[in-house]
Design a protein around this ligand. Structure first.
Ligand SMILES: NC(=O)c1ccc[n+]([C@@H]2O[C@H](COP(=O)([O-])OP(=O)(O)OC[C@H]3O[C@@H](n4cnc5c(N)ncnc54)[C@H](OP(=O)(O)O)[C@@H]3O)[C@@H](O)[C@H]2O)c1
Length: 252
């Protein structure tokens, strides 16, 4: 796979899966912009670690529609063209019914949907309009096993990712005639900051044993699926959602 002369935006690229994807694209010759929200040092460290030239970091809170518009204008201005967008940024807020008052419940739902679904949809809007001019492009969304299996105590998260899957399929149908593919990956547990508390807690072994492989995914394993979906090896894959969950949940 070759991403030479390809311009790639990865939301939430400062850490975790987004960072691994940035490295994977850069190693294949791509020029990468990583978006982040607050962790300027992590974003800088990630950009500095990437092989090749022209990479940059762009701070923007995806839950703010104006910030998304400014981010997309900056990225398109800087790059000139936009070949790949990886909608990876996401949050995972607990709000168990039994322990959450109504106000906090509504806050958790709004905050989660604003980032995981509306922010992602707004990035897709600007990415798709740019890619339509070019008659080509790949949008890869980072969904979750939770969209299919359910996500107890994180119901807004599960719903947001189910929304991402539906958006992926709808946009794939809408944008195919413009040469744009829209796909998703649906990871199970991945070793990142998002899951650090759970994976370092007493549930660690049980979580690992959800997979017959007896472990969780590395961010690099998810990045490999993202890169494939964005590559010329996946030219007729659109609307598809790839599970990266070590058979911890099999859907029919
Ligand atoms: N880890 C898992 O087990 C797992 C499983 C299934 C799906 N996923 C999905 O994979 C994606 C990445 O997860 P991860 O585990 O790599 O996450 P992570 O380690 O927590 O990193 C989150 C990234 O998103 C950025 N971010 C968070 N909120 C943002 C916002 N409002 N605007 C812009 N950027 C924002 C963070 O930026 P800062 O560094 O500035 O905070 C960071 O770069 C998410 O969509 C997640 O739902 C993860």
């Amino acid at each position: 796979m070759d991403f030479t002369k390809k311009n790639i935006l990865i939301t939430g690229g400062s850490r975790g899966i987004g960072k691994a994807a940035a490295m994977a694209f850069a190693k294949l010759g791509g020029r990468v912009c990583i978006n982040f929200i607050k962790n300027t040092q992590a974003a800088k460290t990630t950009v500095d670690s990437l092989p090749g030239q022209g990479h940059f970091a762009a701070k923007a809170n995806l839950s703010d529609p104006i910030a998304v518009q400014e981010l997309m204008e900056t990225v398109i201005d800087e790059f000139g063209t936009l070949d790949v967008v990886v909608n990876n940024a996401g949050i995972y807020l607990p709000h168990p019914v039994e322990e959450t008052n109504y106000e906090d419940w509504r806050k958790a739902w709004k905050t989660t949907l604003d980032v995981n679904l509306f922010g992602l949809a707004n990035v897709c809007y600007f990415a798709a309009r740019q890619m339509m001019h070019q008659n080509s492009g790949h949008i890869v969304n980072v969904s979750s096993r939770g969209a299919f299996r359910g996500e107890p105590k994180h119901t807004a998260y599960g719903a947001s990712k189910a929304g991402v899957n539906a958006l992926t399929q709808s946009l794939a149908l809408e944008l195919g005639e413009h040469g744009i593919s829209v796909t998703a990956v649906a990871p199970g547990f991945v070793e990142t900051d998002m899951t650090q508390n759970m994976l370092n807690g007493k549930q660690r072994e049980a979580i690992k044993n959800q997979s017959p492989m007896g472990r969780v995914a590395t961010p690099e394993e998810v990045a490999n699926a993202i890169v494939f979906l964005a590559s010329d090896n996946a030219t007729f894959i659109t609307g598809g959602i790839i599970d990266v969950n070590g058979a911890s949940y099999l859907r029919s």
